[in-house]
Design a protein around this ligand. Structure first.
Ligand code: 3H9
Length: 694
């Protein structure tokens, strides 16, 4: 046995305890330890049966992700652990609690029975890191609960709560004393000689056509991600191939995914998410956050209402302040609409619906926030208006109350300037819809106290957001990169592509929806006014169509008619011929012949422009590490997670290629696209962005 696994004795039952904090990941040493403990259990005549459980806060949360890049040679595999359980001469019962995930659930499925604590959950989340369950999960789960349920759990990667796990038959019993229950069950099984092995069960009868249809739908929904389709194919083998052959095929598929680019990118995002949630270098890791018990939100528009919902969902009370009774009613209606929909969809119980609504109070005077520990403003995006509000707030709230702005662009230093005690002022930039989008940019003015930053990180965790810390600049991390992304898609139109071709190129690359289709949804008129703000800065001496002209024309057309780029027919979109006609008219008026632009060029230029701006953001210290930029774009802007974010994707393409594309774009378009000094330096020294992650 290793230090990480011990065998405790409860009379005639051997309790194997994995003790590998923080989440009891199945590292090679743990796998060896469990195999050794099973051998001791088998050989010890005083022991009649075994229990497999863990110390600390959770059952095994999966294989150790940190070993995936360089697996220790010759180490025992998780399949070896499952095989040892299958071959055990004595029954072994898994005592689950916390989250039994991935390889953790797989070893539990190889046990002879499973019990779970009421607040526990199980799951096979491997697809989320670009893998499939590689230790029998795709074979044992269908045998236990049927192939259709297994397909859902494995390809969604969702956590299955204890009660559902019992209903489905993944576990045999629920109880608060999971260890005691498992010991009793193991003893009873030893007495009856009952030792059911999941591998020996036949997959329950099912409608094969329904399964194939579901598997097809999963492949289509994956948008370029390979793991869900591979996982579905592996589950299908449970229906078609003998167990041992299917296990070999599952293992081969797992290793192919593990060494492939998508899983590497998704593992990078997994680690990046956790790094982004920690205090940055230069701040003591043990800095204590201030306590947040009561909160206020000012402004009850779409953003303010969404933010209030996030806070109420987390169990904290919130007072929402609006300017008038009528505006309060508007905010109340927006919030009720969200909760009513969740109730109707069965995502909230009647009681929870009432609780959440009861946590939100409304007021029309900021004086209602006199006792708040944290206030987030979400009023109009206007510096003077926000400064005026912060001045008024400063006179009302406690001196130690945190004051946050939800601005997406404005200089938060200028808000800190107008309040008493500027060390408590910061940005909390939520994304729309705030109660859905996971990203929270925490914007850190220079004077912000370390404890203020710790408070923002603690709040993010509490309201289940993915935090990323950004410095103060126009657009912070996300919008600054996004502006470059959008600019390149506009330039692609000038170069000769049509909106649907740009959308298709980026959707083929993995984006959920191309930028013009997104504009279509938000309305061409809105797209138009945004674009005026981000007016293309292309070199006026260049030979291109000043795109703003015809975009404005289209904007006017959209405003007049409510039309977009596309016509929507039978769920399919088709470019509106008016759009093509306008583009051609604008080009002809300038004597320009439009030429096709390849999808590859659009994809490379969009990526290169983002990576270049990302390098500038790093050089200026706005982001602490490239991986923070990746997390921002993945969680706030629909960048495909399986590409690992723009900085990881740029590394994958090769920084030399990226820099060459940036130089070309700069030559054509001029200011704004200067190659970033950091990018040039990385290329010159043969390094990549990953080398800067810490
Ligand atoms: C797998 O099992 C393959 C199998 O099929 C076998 C095939 C042969 N490994 O998230 P947290 C660390 S694939 C290593 O902040 P929470 C994490 O990095 C795996 N480390 O806590 C962090 O470290 P640090 C399938 C791991 O309470 C610390 O634990 N399993 C692993 O918010 C705390 O994590 C998964 O994909 C790991 N597997 O959430 C599950 N997991 O403190 C992935 C966590 O240094 N894990 N760490 O930053 C999770 O979903 C969440 O971490 C969990 C806890 C829900 C468990």
């Amino acid at each position: 046995m290793t230090d990480l696994v011990r065998l405790e004795r409860n009379e005639d039952i051997g309790v194997i305890v994995i003790d590998h904090p923080p989440v009891n990941a199945l590292s090679s040493a743990v796998r060896q330890g469990v195999i050794d403990a099973l051998e001791t259990l088998a050989n010890d005549l005083t022991l009649k049966a075994g229990v497999l459980t863990c110390a600390t806060r959770t059952f095994v949360a999966g294989a150790d992700i940190r070993e995936f890049d360089n697996p220790p040679p010759g180490a025992k595999t998780t399949n070896d652990v499952c095989r040892a359980l299958d071959q055990s001469p004595k029954p072994v019962v898994a005592a689950l609690f916390g989250t039994a995930l991935g390889g953790g659930l797989e070893i539990a499925l190889a046990c002879h029975a499973r019990v779970i604590s009421p607040d526990g959950a199980v799951g096979l989340p491997e697809v989320k890191i670009g893998l499939l369950p590689g230790a029998g999960g795709t074979q044992r789960l269908p045998r236990l609960i049927g192939a259709l349920h297994a397909l859902d759990i494995i390809t969604s990667g969702r956590h299955v709560p204890a009660a559902e796990a019992l209903k489905l038959g993944i576990v045999d019993e629920i109880g608060t004393d999971h260890r005691g229950l498992a010991i009793n069950r193991a003893r009873a099984m030893a007495q009856t000689g009952e030792m059911p092995r999941v591998r020996d069960l036949a997959v329950p009868e099912m409608d094969r056509a329904a399964f194939d249809k579901a598997a097809d739908a999963i492949r289509k929904k994956a948008r370029g991600a390979v793991a869900p389709g591979e996982a579905a194919a592996s589950v299908a083998r449970a229906l078609d191939v003998p167990f041992d052959d299917a296990i070999l095929a599952e293992s081969a598929a797992f290793h192919a995914l593990r060494t492939g680019p998508q899983s590497k990118a998704l593992r990078h995002i997994f680690m990046a998410e956790r790094a982004a949630g920690k205090l940055p270098p230069g701040i003591a890791a043990d800095t204590q956050p201030w306590t947040i018990r009561s909160t206020g939100v000012i402004g009850g528009g779409t953003m303010g209402a969404g933010i209030a919902i996030c806070i109420a969902d987390s169990g904290l009370p919130v007072t929402l302040v609006e300017v008038s009774d009528a505006a309060v009613e508007g905010a109340r209606g927006r919030i009720a609409a969200v909760y009513d929909r969740q109730l109707k969809q069965g995502r909230l119980s009647e009681a929870e619906h009432a609780h959440r609504l009861s946590r939100i109070d409304f007021a029309t005077d900021v004086k209602a926030l006199a006792d708040a520990d944290l206030v987030i403003e979400a009023i109009i995006e206007n510096l003077e208006a926000k400064q005026d509000l912060f001045r008024r707030l400063s006179a009302v709230v406690r001196r130690d109350a945190v004051l946050a702005s939800n601005t997406s662009y404005l200089n938060i230093e200028l808000l800190a300037d107008v309040v008493d005690n500027p060390e408590r002022v910061l940005g909390l930039h939520f994304f729309s819809p705030a109660h859905v989008m996971r990203l929270l940019e925490i914007v850190r003015p220079k004077r912000l106290a370390a404890a203020g930053l710790a408070t923002a990180l603690a709040l993010a965790k509490r309201i289940r957001k993915q935090p990323v810390i950004a410095g103060v600049c126009d657009g912070f991390i996300g919008n600054r990169l996004f502006a470059h992304w959008r600019l390149q898609t506009d330039f692609a139109l000038e170069d000769g592509a049509l909106p649907h071709e740009v959308d298709a190129a980026l959707e083929a690359w993995g984006l959920a929806m191309g930028p013009f289709a997104v504009g279509d949804l938000s309305g061409l008129d809105i797209g138009w006014s945004n674009r005026k703000r981000l007016a293309p800065t292309r070199n006026p001496a260049a030979r291109y169509v000043p795109i703003a002209d015809w975009i404005c024309e289209l904007g006017r057309y959209g405003q007049k008619t409510g039309a977009g780029w596309y016509l929507h027919k039978d769920g399919k979109r088709e470019i509106d011929p008016v759009v093509t006609a306008l583009v051609e008219k604008a080009s002809a008026a300038r004597g320009i012949t439009r030429k096709p632009v390849s999808a590859e060029r659009i994809q490379l230029r969009v990526l290169a422009a983002m990576a270049n701006e990302g390098a500038k953001i790093l050089g200026e210290g706005i982001a602490s590490r490239p991986s923070d930029i990746d997390v921002t774009l993945v969680h706030g802007y629909g960048f495909p997670a399986w590409r690992g974010g723009p900085m990881h994707a740029a590394d994958a393409v090769g920084l030399e290629t990226i820099l060459a594309a940036v130089r070309d774009m700069y030559a054509e378009s001029g200011p704004g696209l200067e190659p970033a000094p950091l990018l040039e330096q990385l290329v010159a020294t043969g390094q990549n962005f990953a080398s800067l992650n810490r």
